[in-house]
Design a binder for this molecule. Structure first.
Ligand SMILES: C[S@@+](CC[C@H](N)C(=O)[O-])C[C@H]1O[C@@H](n2cnc3c(N)ncnc32)[C@H](O)[C@@H]1O
Length: 231
């Protein structure tokens, strides 16, 4: 999918997005549990950039726990960003955010951040060189030694057990009330529009993009979370 197609896809999904994924929130909550320890020693006035923030779940989590932190919110889908902004406004957190509707390359800011988050975004970039360049762009938004925390779909799709893992993953989604129609669309997307890479390949492309010690810290189903430090 090109950038216009991705934006259109999420514009179309936005209204129903949080409801659709509500019952899968245990996965994110488990990941946030680890992240809280990972970021606990950062300065009280840390600056965070959230790339592909979607409806803003990670921002709500971090903003609540770290009341002095401020956020650069990068999201190309206007519809997703509106929901994100409204949800943060309801919780009185929007004044701590700068909202950018667009991709990272249109964010003309020289601000450097302590942390970049990028959850479930980079797997939409199928071309390895472009995906590496995307992480390099994220590195540019960070202070030296700044922390990247992210997650992506990950598995060795050529391994014998991939089909079993995939079957369980879709069965979990179905039990979480994701409609059969949407599951069918996802199966299609996984085969054609999303790059599901083994853990070591994701970590290695992050390191080639200008990060040190990319480290996996959490896995649930096909979601793999990792962190790395900017060189
Ligand atoms: C699957 S959603 C994840 C949203 C949120 N991070 C979460 O985990 O709940 C992916 C989001 O990333 C955005 N996105 C896709 N490609 C992107 C890119 N190259 N740069 C920034 N955002 C992107 C989409 O518009 C969408 O809102």
């Amino acid at each position: 999918m090109n950038q216009e197609e991705i934006t259109a896809l999420f514009d179309q999904q936005a209204a129903n997005y949080d409801k659709q994924w509500q019952k899968m929130s245990a996965i994110h909550n488990g990941m946030y549990f680890f992240i809280e320890s990972l970021v606990a020693k950062l300065p009280a006035n840390a600056k965070i950039i959230c790339v592909g923030a979607g409806t803003g779940k990670e921002i709500q989590f971090l903003a609540k726990r770290f009341p002095g932190w401020t956020f650069t919110v990068v999201e190309p889908s206007g519809a997703m960003l509106n929901i994100c902004r409204d949800a943060l406004a309801k919780q009185g957190m929007d004044s701590r955010c700068y909202f950018h509707e667009g991709y990272l390359n249109t964010l003309h800011s020289t601000d450097r951040h302590d942390v970049a988050t990028c959850f479930n975004v980079s797997h939409f970039i199928v071309d390895i060189a472009k995906r590496t360049a995307f992480f390099a762009e994220i590195a540019d938004t960070l202070k030296p030694s700044g922390l990247l925390i992210g997650s992506d779909l990950s598995f060795d799709i050529h391994a014998q057990n991939y089909q079993s893992a995939l079957a369980l993953w879709f069965s979990v989604m179905s039990d979480a009330d994701i409609s059969a129609e949407n599951i069918e669309k996802m199966k299609n997307a996984y085969a054609n529009d999303v790059a599901i890479l083994p853990q070591h390949e994701i970590l290695s492309l992050i390191e080639r993009a200008g990060f040190d010690s990319a480290t996996p810290f959490y896995q649930a189903g096909l979601i793999q979370a990792y962190f790395a430090k900017r060189k």
